[in-house]
Ligand binder design. Structure first.
Ligand SMILES: Nc1ncnc2c1ncn2[C@@H]1O[C@H](COP(=O)(O)OP(=O)(O)OP(=O)(O)O)[C@@H](O)[C@H]1O
Length: 252
């Protein structure tokens, strides 16, 4: 199986001198193409930091990160930004969107990068994505005129505009009620079924149980790596129980 992301003995520290602290203490992790992964762990265990370094958002202090065969320590700023733009999509707890643009323009803007030439193509793609996630009728709305779940759907459309190989989600369902959260997970499952790898940081066992692999972190290391069969709509209770049992074991 081809690896889309490799983290090889990653060390990440913050602070200087006596204040210096390792937040990731030599983490080795591999994500396969098309894999659906969740990262769980207590607050402060390094989940977001791991996601930031694997996505090249942040550099490392030791070890290396390889994305689709490219060692990020060997690429310059321009190539790093190209890799992030063309191979990765990002979904956050609260999508950061511009208040003076409608939903459609917010989805299109980041992929345009000032290039108006392909505006028609981008608009067509955004409309197809919006239709797919059930927000086709909201394209002219302001971002303040939609629900949290609808805004998150728009955030997912934005992340999919460049057909990424991997989507990173930092608590993408954290601001939603459990029904909306499961609907967002339905969308992630569909995207994953089409071959996009997804890595989600979550505190929610119901969310993690929808993935096929849950990495548990504690104190900057991965302490457990739980594998589940791909979710096919059945045995949700059994899956949640497996995740919950591991959480109890680890003390989350
Ligand atoms: N830019 C930074 N400067 C200094 N310390 C940082 C920085 N970013 C994160 N940390 C510290 O690194 C540790 C891990 O943070 P991180 O956000 O990765 O944890 P997390 O597991 O995602 O937590 P949570 O579940 O609360 O979001 C924390 O102790 C945090 O305070």
């Amino acid at each position: 199986m081809k690896k889309i992301i490799i983290g090889d003995h990653i060390v990440k520290s913050f602070g200087e001198g006596d204040e210096k602290r390792n937040v990731l203490g030599g983490v080795t992790v591999e994500i396969n193409e098309g894999e659906f992964v969740a990262v769980m762990g207590p607050s402060g265990s390094g989940k977001s930091t791991l996601m930031f370094v694997l996505s090249g958002t942040d550099g490392v202090n030791g070890g290396k990160v390889v994305v689709d065969g490219r060692d990020l320590s060997e690429v310059g700023e321009n190539e790093l930004s190209d890799i992030r733009r063309t191979k990765m999509g990002f979904v956050f707890q609260q999508p950061t969107m511009l208040k003076n643009l409608n939903i459609l323009d917010n989805i299109i803007l980041p992929s345009m990068r000032g290039n108006r030439k392909n505006a028609a193509k981008m608009t067509e793609k955004a409309r197809a994505l919006m239709k797919r996630v059930g927000i086709a009728e909201l394209e002219r709305r302001d971002i303040t005129q939609v629900s949290g779940g609808q805004l998150q759907r728009a955030g997912i459309c934005r992340a999919l505009m460049n057909s990424p190989k991997v989507i990173f989600g930092d608590e993408p369902t954290g601001a939603l009620n459990s029904k909306s959260a499961q609907e967002i997970m339905d969308i992630f499952s569909e995207i994953n079924a089409e071959g996009t790898a997804i890595m989600l940081v979550t505190h929610d066992a119901m969310v993690a149980a929808r993935t096929e692999r849950i990495m548990f972190m504690r104190d900057g290391t991965i302490v457990s790596d739980l594998k589940l069969p791909k979710f096919n709509g059945t045995d949700m209770d059994g899956r949640v129980e497996k995740v919950a049992a591991k959480m109890r074991e680890i003390g989350i």
